[in-house]
Design a binder for this molecule. Structure first.
Ligand code: NAP
Length: 282
């Protein structure tokens, strides 16, 4: 294996330590502690684990967190009402509605109802629009984590060819916008892209966010490229990324593993966003 392995656990821990210092400074200045509120509708086991980890991370960083667990039969209006109440509650800095929500609820309507100033997931149309316009706002956590990994690795993005596989609102689109803002030349791929491997091979930086285990092999990697694998796919062999790690690592210059790459960055960036949201409040 030629590639350097990018240690998301270590980078995430460094970010979380920085957040803990920022929380302490914020408390000293403002006499209060940032508060993140999470909401889950129903009892999806994966959502429960994600949210539990988020609360633990808040605690470790010295932040407060609270949780609303709503029954699976909750109506859209009931959820919208709660989201509205959290939006006007002066004590709440960050609101996170864990997706997916049950079928009777339109996730887009719920996300759009979150106060953009407390939208620590960065998914409201307002924050997506700010990102699209290159204006400051709250940036989605996973894409922000990808950028933090690239920054930590000292990757020069200006003028670099960056290829992103996936065009979701959650990952592909915002990560492409962030790469563009860093002056990379960005190519976005999706399920209709012709000759995916050939397009990917243009990338000095390759970000995989397709949700297809092992989609990208050695033939999709430019020699020496930096490969960031966002894919988190549960398979019979455990958690797998979108990149065939062993094969790609023989060609890449650096590569993030799954697990232990982008995953730990997502929660770290949620903490960053929560402190930023608290700081931005008057
Ligand atoms: P998504 O909403 O399902 O979007 C997947 C994207 O990949 C779509 O744009 C789709 O294209 C494209 N795609 C699917 N199959 C493809 C193929 N064979 N070739 C090229 N493109 C293909 O998924 P997502 O929410 O963005 O998540 C992507 C992956 O990242 C998943 O594995 C997810 O679990 C993981 N993830 C990880 C974290 C983390 O914290 N580590 C956070 C979020 C997501 P079309 O648009 O044409 O359908």
């Amino acid at each position: 294996m030629a590639a350097r392995v990018i240690d998301g656990k270590a980078v995430g821990a460094a970010v979380r330590a920085r957040v803990a210092e920022e929380v302490a400074a914020y408390e000293a200045e403002r006499g209060r502690t940032p508060l993140l509120v999470t909401v889950i509708v129903g009892d999806d086991p994966a959502s429960e684990i994600y949210v539990r980890n988020k609360h633990r991370a808040c605690e470790e960083a010295g932040m407060r967190s609270a949780h609303h667990g709503l029954p699976a039969g909750t109506s859209e209006n009931e959820l919208l009402e709660l989201v509205g109440e959290l939006g006007v509650d002066r004590d709440v800095d960050g609101i996170l509605v864990q997706l997916p929500v049950p079928d009777q609820i339109d996730p887009d309507r719920v996300v759009a109802a979150i106060d953009p100033a407390k939208d620590v997931d960065g998914l409201t149309p307002v924050n997506a629009g700010l990102l699209a316009h290159g204006m400051p706002g709250l940036v989605p956590c996973t894409p922000a984590g990808v950028m933090e990994l690239l920054r930590h690795e000292g990757i020069e993005l200006e003028g670099a060819e960056a290829v992103v596989v996936g065009r979701s609102k959650l990952v592909g689109v915002p990560v492409s916008r962030l790469l563009l803002a860093a002056n990379a030349t960005v190519t976005m791929c999706h399920s209709r892209t012709r000759d995916l491997a050939e397009v990917c091979r243009r990338g000095d930086v390759l970000v995989a966010a397709a949700g297809v285990p092992g989609l990208l092999g050695a033939d999709a990697v430019k020699p020496g490229a930096v490969v960031i694998d966002v894919g988190t796919n549960r398979t019979d062999d455990g958690l797998r990324g979108d990149v065939d790690f062993e094969a790609a690592a023989g060609v890449a210059g650096a590569i993030s593993p799954v697990p232990g790459g982008v995953g730990p960055m997502t929660i770290a960036m949620l903490l960053v966003n929560t402190v930023a949201a608290a700081r931005a409040r008057v």
